[in-house]
Design a protein around this ligand. Structure first.
Ligand SMILES: Nc1ncnc2c1ncn2[C@@H]1O[C@H](COP(=O)(O)OP(=O)(O)O)[C@@H](O)[C@H]1O
Ligand SMILES: N[C@@H](CCOP(=O)(O)O)C(=O)O
Length: 293
């Protein structure tokens, strides 16, 4: 059985803990029944011994598998990861979503996407990464009565994602601690209005509104000051054809959206100016988590 799940970019500027979309970079795992437990790891994280010995995917998978079947069985897990760890591209939600989906699928137990979202919430209590990881596309999501409520829209092929991935990770947990405890009424109103406008822009495919609508007052500046080069990345992107350029999740990646025709020029400008960072262009993902039995 093969399960794949896309990377995600959360917040999209003003939509803190609310907006997110899926990018066509994926983590994939092949799981086979086996006499002994074994793990192989390729791609992102493969040089991290902790991911072999104490792997979050395997512990979530085992918990669900045991609760569902009351059986103890050994498996071989073959991971092929494209999502870098702690770079704001939703590596932890990719793991949570794919581990839960795998535990159900390997026993042939049907799991609706809505239930998968609600189960994932126990591990990541903001829905802006788990929703696009499950559904693909652009998503606006909230949590009410312990359930994820969301609306979702495919992102058309005329747009590309251009990402700048710094060589330094930022842990989501620590990055959340860097935020103020209280905000002024002006900042809150600013973010509500921009986040609403950004949602309307994605839903109505009004791409020229993205630059204005993606402005934020409540998290980016506090987080980016710990890696000040990110302000320069953002400025460079916006002056080289980017339609919007925002801190991806809690960072450290800077995420931009561009028309296909502008994306090459944008990627080139970013590569030239930030040669020590990884820069690349990719499609959006409109499918979300995928299971091939
Ligand atoms: N491929 C993976 N396999 C196992 N655990 C992973 C993997 N990717 C991420 N993790 C776990 O998630 C943590 C990173 O979570 P977080 O700081 O929220 O980063 P991100 O912004 O990428 O979601 C890692 O320290 C690790 O525990
Ligand atoms: N809304 C969250 C999103 C965290 O995303 P991640 O990809 O950095 O885990 C936040 O901004 O903290």
């Amino acid at each position: 059985m093969r399960v794949s799940v896309p990377a995600t970019s959360a917040n999209l500027g003003p939509g803190f803990d609310t907006l997110g979309l899926a990018i066509a970079m994926k983590n994939q795992v092949v799981i086979k029944p086996s006499k002994f437990h074994s793990v192989s790891l390729r791609g992102e994280g493969s040089n991290n011994p902790a991911l072999k010995d104490n792997n979050m995917f395997i512990s979530i998978f085992n918990d669900f598998y045991h609760n569902l079947t009351h059986k103890k069985r050994n498996f071989r897990f073959e991971f092929q990861n494209e999502v870098p760890l702690s770079r704001g591209l939703g590596s932890s939600s990719a793991v949570i979503v794919s581990a839960i989906a795998s535990a159900y699928a390997i026993e042939g137990i049907k799991l609706e996407k809505q239930k998968l979202l609600n189960l994932a919430l126990a591990y990541e209590n903001h829905p802006d990464n788990i929703t696009p990881a499950v559904m693909g596309g652009f998503n606006v999501a909230t949590v009410q009565d312990n359930e994820v409520r969301f609306l979702n829209k495919s992102i058309p092929k005329v747009l590309k994602a251009v990402v700048v991935i710094p060589n330094r990770p930022i842990s989501t947990q620590l990055s959340r601690k860097a935020l103020p405890y209280k905000y002024s009424k002006e900042d809150v109103i600013y973010n509500i209005s921009h986040s609403s406008l950004l949602t309307a822009a994605f839903m109505s495919e009004n791409w020229d509104m993205l630059k204005c609508a993606s402005q934020d007052m409540i998290h980016q500046k506090y987080r980016m000051k710990h890696m000040p080069e990110l302000f320069d990345v953002q400025k460079t992107a916006l002056s080289n054809g980017s339609l919007m350029s925002t801190l991806s999740g809690s960072g450290s990646t800077l995420f931009s959206v561009a028309y296909v025709d502008d994306s090459r020029k944008l990627e080139k400008a970013l590569k030239q100016k930030f040669p020590h960072f990884k820069v690349f262009t990719c499609d959006f993902d409109n499918v979300g988590v995928r299971i091939d039995l």
